[in-house]
Design a protein around this ligand. Structure first.
Ligand code: FPP
Length: 230
């Protein structure tokens, strides 16, 4: 089975910068370059969806300097990449509590989502995102959605349609870089049957070889999805 949707916890930017005696933000900048590279690897590999954890609901606790630097980086990513995303057929989407973001950033996001809506490769950026928060927000919409879809509806499907990822398939493979072995509140509902791949490589160093190794590991797994082996 091929990877249709790849999710990534892009971890290790801070350690990458520290090793080079650089400010943490330099690590995040190098992380944004890594994302650009990996997006191209995904397209070459025929992957249709890439979801990246760029800012969690917990990341607001970081220093003011780091938070504002990350927000500026996101805004400049949107501005500097807009043309290339349209040209390359990338559909840009944001999941998470977008109302936590500044109004200016919200407007920039909405404009880029609109401009890129016809793309056939989807880049999903999780911003002020937490899996539990997403589930709680979905639960608030659930009973109304169930009422509209009728008694015979599949409840899990109706619930999934209330999540931020409503029209996006569940990830097949989740990669976490930098040696941490946790899911850290990322895509909790969506990763029920996802294969996990952990690597010690720090995110800014993640390159073509590391990407190929992860896909190779995935291709060796037997995905039973709760069923029996054939
Ligand atoms: C985790 O590394 C990384 C983040 C909290 C931010 C990820 C953000 C980017 C890669 C920026 C680019 C994103 C876009 C969409 C332009 P860490 O800081 O926790 O690293 P550490 O554990 O080594 O300190």
């Amino acid at each position: 089975m091929d990877v249709q949707h790849l999710a990534i916890i892009m971890d290790g930017n801070g350690r990458w910068a520290k090793k080079r005696h650089l400010p943490r933000l330099a690590g995040h900048r190098a992380g944004a370059d890594a994302l650009d590279r990996v997006m191209h690897y995904c397209k070459d590999a025929g992957i249709r969806y890439l979801t990246v954890y760029a800012f969690s609901t917990e990341n607001w606790k970081r220093s003011k300097l780091e938070v504002s630097g990350l927000m500026r980086l996101l805004s400049s990513f949107i501005k500097s990449k807009a043309k290339a995303l349209v040209r390359d057929g990338v559909r840009f989407r944001v999941i998470g509590r977008r109302t936590d973001l500044s109004e200016k950033l919200q407007r920039e996001i909405a404009a880029l989502e609109e401009r890129t809506k016809k793309g056939d490769f989807t880049l999903v950026v999780a911003l002020s995102y937490g899996g539990r928060d997403e589930i709680v927000r979905a639960a608030a919409k659930f009973s109304e959605a169930l009422r509209l879809s009728g008694d015979d509806a599949d409840h899990e499907q109706v619930f999934a349609s209330c999540l931020d990822t409503a029209d996006i398939p569940d990830p097949d493979l989740l990669i976490r870089t930098s040696g941490e072995l946790r899911i850290s509140n990322f895509m909790l509902w969506q990763s029920a049957y996802t294969e996990f791949y952990f690597t010690d490589v720090l995110w800014p160093d993640f390159g073509r070889e590391d990407f190929d190794k992860a896909l190779e590991a995935f291709s060796m797994r037997e995905r039973r999805m709760g069923g029996r082996l054939k």
